[in-house]
Design a protein around this ligand. Structure first.
Ligand SMILES: Nc1nc2c(ncn2[C@@H]2O[C@H](COP(=O)(O)OP(=O)(O)OP(=O)(O)O)[C@@H](O)[C@H]2O)c(=O)[nH]1
Ligand SMILES: [Mg+2]
Length: 382
């Protein structure tokens, strides 16, 4: 009996040893075990944990573990995310560009300018939603300059138009101001323009740059708004302060400022519910939000109006109303990627004198870029 136990133990040790030998890949040969031996050792073998090794029809111990484990590793190993390509005006302004291309092509192919040249330039700019007033001013300046410098060629006149637009759009301070302890950046605008998404994109960028941010879910009106912001918080690594649904947005933002002050965070990005610029009570609410945001340690250093570029000139009407209700410091122009109306940038800056600071060029976390007048104009006319 004792001898039998000893034999069993030795057999078990040999089997396990062989198994690990195979696992380590030192041998490419699977050990062969006589079927007869296996028959009489079924019970014992079942007691031995073979891991994921197995026997084939011939009773050969097939070591599947090496390949399978490798396959499993391949599946489970976290994929390293490729660095996303930053969005560029050149890539994303396709629609705006093609809206103008026909007119510009015609101006160029004509050679020396005539009356039609000026009509086509006017049409191109108005189509791109530069706005009638801004278009007239731009073309007036260009016409004078072309005369003074004796420039007649259509292509050269287009270059003058580009120059004029760059001059009008450039030279603005597009930085987002800090200076509060914490600073509060308020995002306002009508429904669905991209306020929450813009906050998410800014959070992604700023957290990656090492900033400590708090997101305030000040949209207590729409049921899914806080969840949407929380998703962006999780994605970017920024802390989110939420309140009760239907609660007072001011108190959520106040709480977020308190939290940020205690945590030593630099900036609070405050979301607000979309509101129609025609609803006086909702517009008045914005003044309260601002007042309460500054009750404690915070200072509102940016109030950014988010405008959807696809709404075209209506964005201007919104901007006028919001300027009166809230002390706007800048505009974020979203959805320029899907808009043929890229020229709205000129209209906004021309009529309101408020700088377009950021531009949304898509729905992804990296699809927000600082507004660069030269790149924008070059992309629009290329
Ligand atoms: N193509 C494109 N889509 C965008 C851009 N910015 C936002 N969106 C999309 O626009 C839709 C509305 O965005 P939200 O961020 O929810 O807009 P909101 O202003 O917070 O909306 P409300 O809170 O309902 O007022 C979403 O589907 C976004 O993905 C952009 O720059 N380009
Ligand atoms: Mg929102």
């Amino acid at each position: 009996m004792e001898l039998l136990i000893v034999i069993l133990v030795v057999l078990a040790v040999l089997l396990v040893g062989g198994f690990f030998f195979l696992r380590n890949g030192r041998s490419t040969h699977a050990p062969t075990i006589e079927p007869s031996a296996l028959d009489s050792r079924d019970a014992e073998l079942e007691q031995i944990d073979l891991g994921s090794g197995d026997l084939d029809a011939d009773g050969v111990l097939v070591d599947r573990t090496v390949d399978e484990a490798a396959a499993e590793l391949d599946v489970d190993e976290p994929m390293e995310e490729p660095e996303p390509e930053p969005a560029t005006f050149r890539d994303r302004l396709g629609r705006a560009r093609s809206a103008m291309a026909g007119y510009l092509g015609s101006v160029i192919s004509r050679g020396d300018a005539n009356a039609e040249t000026w009509e086509e330039l006017e049409e191109a700019l108005v189509r791109a939603d530069v706005g009638v007033a801004a278009t007239m001013e731009i073309l007036e300046t260009v016409r004078n300059r072309a005369q003074e410098e004796n420039i007649k060629d259509g292509a050269a006149i287009i270059e003058l138009v580009k120059d004029e637009m760059k001059t009008r759009l450039g030279g603005q301070d597009i930085s987002l101001a800090e200076g509060g302890d914490p600073s509060v950046w308020l995002f306002v605008g009508v429904n669905g323009v991209g306020k929450t998404t813009t906050i998410g994109k800014i959070a992604t960028r700023e957290v990656a740059a090492g900033k400590n941010l708090v997101l305030a879910a000040g949209d207590t009106f729409r049921a899914a708004a806080a969840e949407q912001l929380t998703m962006w918080g999780d994605r970017s690594g920024a802390h989110v302060v939420r309140g009760a649904e239907g609660g007072d947005p001011s108190s959520v933002i106040f709480d977020a400022v308190e939290h940020a002050a205690a945590a030593g965070a630099d900036v609070v990005l405050a979301d607000t519910a979309g509101r129609l610029h025609t609803k006086t009570n909702l517009m008045n609410e914005l003044s309260k939000v601002r007042r309460v945001a500054e009750k404690g340690a915070g200072t509102v250093t940016e109030t950014l109006l988010v405008i959807d570029a696809t709404t075209g000139q209506n964005g201007l009407v919104q901007a006028r109303e919001f300027t009166q209700a809230a002390d706007l410091t800048g505009v974020v122009l979203t959805k320029l990627d899907g808009s043929a109306k890229g020229g709205i940038v000129v209209a906004v800056q021309n009529e309101l004198g408020i700088p377009v600071k950021l531009v949304g060029l898509g729905e992804g976390p990296h699809d927000l870029i600082p507004f660069d007048a030269d790149e924008f104009v070059d992309a629009l006319f290329s």
